[in-house]
Design a protein around this ligand. Structure first.
Ligand code: IDC
Length: 506
């Protein structure tokens, strides 16, 4: 037995060694071999699970900055958004490696490729801020010098004159081309070695941030279930959840940073919804949205809130379109959060278009529910056709599953009495996982008289809700005024008319 364990461990160590030094696509005669080996050997950057390093792959802004922070042993600071690199990006920005306008702290540009001129500047600021070069020499030797933007002259000239960056065969430095992973390893390791005193990267031990308990949060209510069409807590008492929905995480992740989510809890919210769009630049085309979502979920959990993982289908009206991706995603999320009573799964935001409950949404829901149920018996919210308003269709053929609630979405400027009647008539457990004070396009109004009727209705029937949306977009459903700084919480005067109304109803 002991011998087997030993052999397994030995195999594992050998595998790790061969991943670090034996990438399938890095050969010892490649010009970047030494840089890549030193980079990965010190744990600053890793290869891919399939054993490749992808040297010609483009490096993103967030990846480059994070690697530099690791090499320079810079400690993470408080993130200004929920991106995986948020803490490193703040640290680098505060250290002056780059400016706000080059990579805005809201995070929407973090996953973009980085130009060589910006990458060189960041490397030089990080490792060799005081060395200089000779303008005349470089401007005469480098053929495409005129391509360089003025603000990068100093760093690029210094880098060129000190052997950190070279021209290509034609004598060009291609300042606006995107930097590859191999080039990034090369310039970083050259600069870092010139500075000297390199230490292997030690991953910081995650600190267990204590949960801030609240009167109506997870600490008090524990694991939720559905009984007689109502949401109840672990003691079987009725529970109602109120809070904000994020806007699309691909656009407004800064409003899912810890301080922003905490601020909603401070106003009394016990729920946060993380809207991870599938289309429109969301998860399907940008897998890093999952990391953004995970940080948002963890931020809500830290503050004792229930939190909805929302698979935000919208322009992709038929949930079956990405059902394979949804299965994988929910398998992973439900496994990751299987022991966490805070997490609620919303499996399809708003089915719409030429689809039906029976043909499309119900079969989709059955597949996803069975995936989640392998790991968790937590609450699952199920959408329905016509942007989650067709409860009467669901009522003809509900799902055969426990702890399921059906979503109903309304916008006060568009949806009135008839939808409230539908909720009462359907005889199903209903959760209003999205509503707005505006018209259905997210703008117009706000319609606070009708919104008040809805609030009274939801209170009377103990219906839980999340409001669209916590962001500062210039549209009337947004709760935050344009340009408000979320890093110090949310003050009254940072709330829009809609925000004031909603926050006073948590
Ligand atoms: C809206 C946003 C708007 C964005 C649009 C398309 O408010 O800024 O341009 O989506 O992505 C929903 C959707 C929700 C919509 C919202 C308002 O779930 O994504 O957000 N709405 O139109 N259903 C009904 C209304």
């Amino acid at each position: 037995m002991k011998k087997t364990v030993f052999i397994c461990m030995f195999a594992l160590v050998m595998m790790m060694v061969s991943f670090a030094y034996g990438f399938s696509d890095v050969n010892d005669n490649d010009w970047f071999y030494e840089n890549v080996t030193e980079m990965t050997g010190n744990g600053y950057l890793s290869g891919y699970e399939d054993g490749s390093f992808r040297p010609a792959g483009i490096i993103t802004k967030a990846e480059l900055v994070s690697v530099i922070c690791r090499v320079n042993a810079i400690k993470e600071k408080k993130a200004r958004n929920a991106h995986w690199s948020g803490g490193m990006m703040t640290a680098a920005l505060d250290a002056g490696y780059y400016d706000w306008d080059e990579i805005p702290p809201s995070g929407e540009a973090y996953d973009e490729p980085i130009t060589r001129q910006l990458a060189v500047k960041i490397v030089m600021k990080a490792f060799l801020p005081d060395i200089k070069g000779d303008y005349n020499a470089v401007s005469q030797t480098v053929k495409d010098f005129s391509q360089l933007d003025g603000r990068y002259y100093d760093s690029v000239i210094a880098a060129y004159c000190n052997g950190i960056v070279f021209g290509d065969n034609e004598g060009n430095i291609n300042p606006k081309a995107y930097m590859t992973r191999a080039e990034a390893c090369a310039i970083i390791m050259r600069a870092a070695n010139k500075k000297g005193d390199l230490k292997p990267y030690e991953k910081p031990v995650a600190s267990e941030t204590p949960v801030t308990p609240s009167k109506s949060g997870v600490n008090v209510n524990g694991k939720l279930r559905v009984e007689d069409n109502k949401l109840v807590n672990d003691k079987g008492e009725s529970v109602v959840l109120h809070g904000m929905s994020s806007h699309g995480l691909q656009w407004f992740s800064s409003f899912t940073a810890e301080e922003a989510i905490k601020a909603t809890a401070d106003y009394g919210a016990n729920l946060f919804r993380c809207a991870m769009y599938t289309d429109e630049g969301g998860y399907i085309s940008n897998a890093s949205m999952k990391d953004t979502l995970i940080s948002a979920v963890d931020n809500a959990v830290k503050h004792d809130m229930y939190v909805i993982i929302d698979w935000h289908i919208l322009s992709d009206g038929n949930p079956l379109l990405y059902v394979d991706e949804a299965e994988k995603f929910f398998a992973e999320m439900s496994f990751k959060y299987k022991d966490n009573p805070a997490v609620i799964y919303e499996i399809c935001n708003e089915p719409n278009g030429n689809i039906s409950w029976g043909e499309n949404v119900k079969p989709y829901a059955e597949r996803i529910i069975s995936v989640i149920r392998k790991n968790s018996d937590g609450i699952i919210l199920v959408g329905n056709p016509t942007w989650s308003q067709d409860l009467h269709e669901v009522a003809k053929s509900p799902l055969d599953a426990e702890n399921i609630m059906y979503t109903c979405h309304f916008y006060a400027g568009t949806h009135t009495d008839w939808l409230r009647e539908r909720i009462l008539d359907c005889g199903l457990p209903v959760f209003i996982s999205e509503w707005g004070t505006s018209a259905a396009d997210g703008n117009g109004g706000v319609y606070l008289d009708e919104a008040q009727k809805w609030i009274d209705f939801m209170n009377e029937h103990s219906i839980s809700w999340a409001n669209w949306s916590l962001c500062d977009k210039n549209e009337s459903s947004a709760a935050i005024v344009s340009g408000a700084d979320m890093s110090d919480g949310i003050s009254e005067d940072e709330l829009t008319e809609s925000g004031k109304f909603v926050f006073s109803n948590f």
